[in-house]
Design a protein around this ligand. Structure first.
Ligand code: TRP
Ligand code: MN
Length: 468
């Protein structure tokens, strides 16, 4: 154990003190801590085999890219960029098609154009995608049609069907999640660099949305503004077809790093810097249910060099928030830590200001992101878990107001959405009603915004960013 000299509490004598475990971190030191929300794997031997194999598989992202994302997020921390983090609540093995990936990316790009115009700063585009396969649950069991079953924990753990055998945790699913993530990532890289993300094309999709939207009038001004900006650039002699930055985007992957064995297996040492990186995604976050002070998740996260997030629900105290920052980013590296608040529309104005002050007063340069979904879930009259777009927008509105009042930068939004025309959340310009939730309620977990509701949200946030 290394000894360091620190000024002790006995007068001003220098007292040698053993440094805490802070110095010794490896990808597996989390194993000595209590790990919340881990599956009950029936066969440790089978689990170890899979994890060993995953440990030899290629990384999904590279350390250099991850460092680039940290610098980009440092721009957000400084108020010079905005984050759009969006995607499924839970990805599924079932809905794994090229079309589904394309449609999700399409909505995110459409939102990003609107937000870029509204914010007048770059938008960091991050998907909850290519690895978002594990779900924390409030109870180890759930009752489906009168039968008590082990809880569904995401496709990388067990199967959602209401059958006790299907709910047994199967380590082969970790391998399948990795394979699907790799294929998803491959397609995303092709789409975002190969022409699909062309600004002109994305703008054309938006114009189609505006033309066909009940609230079209309202968004016409923003769409027309983008149109004029593009024409202005062309008039100035910029060849829009040739300019690489106009038809390529950087797109980053992210997920909740819940199943620590999987994350450990994909954690690799960078040959360039010697630092450790969780190469399962560019950005990983800790859920509100797994951020225990001495828990395994905090231990794992403190040692990886990725930019990371922590979800903060209504139960977090200002002191705890500051302590989390200290633990996860003691050197106060801008871009390293994103705090994703999910406080609920009715409580955010009361709960967010003390959190902001505690973190700011402790000198932590965090990125503040608003998750307006998870604090606004309720059960509909028909018994469906749902969210109302009005509540989602209300929480975002409050998020902007509070940050403006505190002098901090509202750094981004984190939403659950799909490109498909689902009926899972209520409201929107093309209003989804309570009675319609059963029509296309397809989510494996939480209710997601559909494509139109997502664009509605982007236009509203753009208006907030323009301060109107
Ligand atoms: N490359 C720029 C960016 O990522 C501009 C851009 C091109 C863009 N295609 C886009 C922005 C699609 C948003 C969506 O910001
Ligand atoms: Mn969710």
């Amino acid at each position: 154990m290394k000894l360091i000299l620190r000024r002790g509490d006995v007068g001003s004598t220098l007292v040698p003190r053993p440094m805490t475990t802070e110095t010794s971190w490896t990808p597996s030191t989390w194993r000595a801590r209590p790990a919340a929300q881990q599956p009950d794997w029936p066969d440790d031997g089978a689990l170890d085999d899979v994890l060993k194999r995953l440990g030899t598989r290629p990384p999904l992202v590279f350390a250099g890219e991850v460092r680039q994302l940290t610098s980009t997020l440092a721009e957000v921390a400084a108020g010079r960029a905005f984050v759009l983090q969006a995607g499924d609540c839970a990805e599924s093995f079932e809905a794994f098609t090229a079309d589904a990936i394309r449609d999700k990316l399409k909505v995110i790009l459409q939102m990003a154009v609107v937000l870029t115009y509204g914010a007048g700063v770059p938008v960091v585009k991050m998907g909850r995608i290519a690895g978002q396969f594990a779900k924390p649950r409030s109870s180890a069991t759930e009752v489906v049609e009168g039968v008590v079953l082990p809880a569904y924990r995401g496709d990388m753990v067990n199967d959602i069907s209401a059958d006790p055998a299907a709910r047994v945790a199967d380590p082969g699913r970790l391998q399948r999640a990795y394979d699907q993530s790799a294929a998803t990532m491959n397609l995303l890289r092709a789409f975002t660099k190969g022409g699909f993300a062309d600004l002109n094309q994305v703008h054309t999709w938006n114009q189609e949305f505006v033309a066909s939207s009940a609230e079209g009038q309202r968004y016409e001004r923003i769409a027309a503004g983008i149109e004029r900006a593009l024409r202005f650039m062309a008039a100035c002699g910029i060849d829009l077809a040739q300019e690489a930055s106009l038809h390529q985007v950087d797109f980053w992957t992210s997920h909740e790093a819940l199943i620590l064995g999987y994350e450990e297996a994909l954690t690799r040492q960078d040959s360039l810097t010697g630092g450790w990186y969780d190469c399962s995604a560019h950005f990983v976050w800790i859920g509100d249910r797994t951020r225990q002070r001495d828990g395994a998740h905090l231990e794992f996260f403190r040692g990886i060099n990725n930019p990371i997030g922590v979800k903060l629900g209504p139960s977090v105290s200002p002191d705890e928030a500051a302590a989390l920052c200290e633990h996860l980013n003691p050197r106060r590296v801008p871009g390293r830590l994103t705090l994703i608040t999910r406080l609920g529309a009715s409580r955010i104005e009361e709960l967010l200001p003390p959190l902001i002050r505690a973190v700011r007063d402790a000198g932590h340069p965090v990125v503040w992101v608003c998750d307006p979904m998870h604090g606004n879930t309720f059960v509909s009259a028909g018994g469906r878990k749902t969210r109302h777009l009005d509540h989602v927008l209300a929480e975002i509105g409050s998020f902007f107001r509070v940050h403006r009042a505190e002098g901090t930068w509202p750094g981004g939004v984190h939403v659950e959405l799909t490109g498909d025309d689902v009926t899972e959340c209520l409201g929107g310009a093309e209003e989804v009603l309570d009675s319609q939730l059963d029509l296309r309620y397809l989510t494996a977990c939480d209710p997601r915004l559909n494509g139109r509701q997502s664009l509605d949200l982007a236009y509203r946030v753009a208006e907030l960013l323009r301060g109107s």
